[in-house]
Design a protein around this ligand. Structure first.
Ligand code: TYM
Length: 331
């Protein structure tokens, strides 16, 4: 791992799927790599999905996403944290890649197919989405990309774009590898079915109020085979235990699993413990978020500094790309 890049959409309240699947790794890799850990709020990706985009909220949500990442432990004095549209070289490189990417590679992306199926009019940007994502990563020549496993196919395409470019125009980009959180590559929703996702409405927000979180945990489905308290429960099939494993110490989870399996305890007790353990993680994030909200300049200054540092790297790559691509040098 030499250089890390990842992006996160400013779609309003980030949830514990974002946190466990991606943000936890941003922090850990940032500690190790300093300024070679580059993180971006991808505001130009947001409008590709009209269902999630609102021109009156985009700027506020972009600020909020940056704030929450800092509150979750990212140190902007160590890493590079910036806003995608503040480094316009991303979209320029995306155009170059767009001309070199087969249309069919984009129409077969499952996220495109899923999202497009729900829209009456499909923006061309939704199709180009993974090309912009490849440009985000490759403009920093990043070799490692911490994301959740829903981004696997997009990452494969980014590698393909890098490979094709290197063959045609000479060795330029590393082929970026996916970096998953082995404990939480895909966090399920509170319904225990689909992956946690804002568009499904099965999330627990990092800033959601406690009463609302408890209402969701209280009604989480149990092991479907367990109908009466006296039935043995299978922790493997319980989404409550899945969530507990994210937040509680392993020894505690083990004891509870055994008790649950031999019907020593009911689900409600496990849910109460889950609530307690989850809030131990969320409370400090909320406190830091509140502190930052009182000092917005700290966030804005961090983003300004991040954009300056990111842009210096992006410019150098784009200069190399322009030359290899055969463009007339800039006047
Ligand atoms: P986005 O904004 O949808 O999600 C941000 C990160 O959270 C992860 N994630 C999850 N991980 C585990 N379980 C879940 N239920 C879950 N839900 C979300 C996502 O995998 C992601 O890592 N296309 C990206 C943004 C992007 C990007 C990039 C990422 C744009 N350019 C370049 C990496 C590199 C996206 O929409 O993530």
């Amino acid at each position: 791992v030499k250089r890390v890049f990842s992006g996160i959409q400013p779609t309003g309240d980030l949830h514990i799927g974002n946190y466990l699947g991606a943000m936890v790794n941003y922090v850990a890799l940032g500690e190790r790599l300093g300024r070679d850990a580059i993180y971006c709020i991808v505001d130009y990706h947001a409008p590709t999905n009209p269902a999630a985009y609102d021109k009156h909220l985009l700027a506020q949500r972009t600020f909020e996403a940056a704030l929450l990442n800092i509150a979750a432990g990212l140190d902007p004095d160590k890493v590079i944290l910036f806003v995608q549209s503040h480094v316009p070289e991303h979209t320029e490189l995306a155009w170059v890649f767009t001309t070199q990417t087969p249309y069919g590679d984009l129409t077969r992306m499952t996220q495109f197919k899923d999202k497009a199926a729900k829209l009456e009019s499909v923006p061309a940007g939704l199709l180009m989405y993974p090309v912009l994502m490849a440009a985000d990563i490759l403009i920093y020549k990043a070799d490692t990309v911490p994301v959740g496993d829903d981004q696997t196919q997009h990452l494969e395409l980014a590698r393909e774009i890098a490979r094709r470019w290197n063959l045609e125009y000479g060795e330029t980009f590393p082929e970026p590898q996916i970096y998953l959180n082995p404990n939480a590559p895909r966090v399920p929703g509170v319904d225990g079915k689909a992956k946690m996702s804002k568009s499904v409405g099965n999330t627990i927000g990092l800033l959601e109020d406690e009463a609302s979180i408890w209402a969701k945990i209280r009604t989480m489905p149990d092991d479907p085979a367990r109908i009466r308290l006296s039935d043995p429960g299978d922790p493997e099939r319980s989404v409550v235990f899945k969530f507990l494993s994210y937040f509680a110490p392993a020894e505690l989870v083990q004891v509870l699993r055994e008790e649950y399996a031999r019907r020593g305890i009911g689900t409600l007790v496990v849910k109460e413990l889950l609530m307690q353990e989850m809030m131990k993680t969320l409370r400090p994030i909320r406190q830091r978020a509140e502190g930052l909200r009182a000092e917005p300049a700290r966030v804005l200054d961090a983003l300004e500094d991040g954009a300056r540092r990111a842009r210096a790297i992006a410019r150098a790559t784009l200069e190399e790309v322009r030359e290899k691509f055969g463009l007339l040098p800039l006047p």
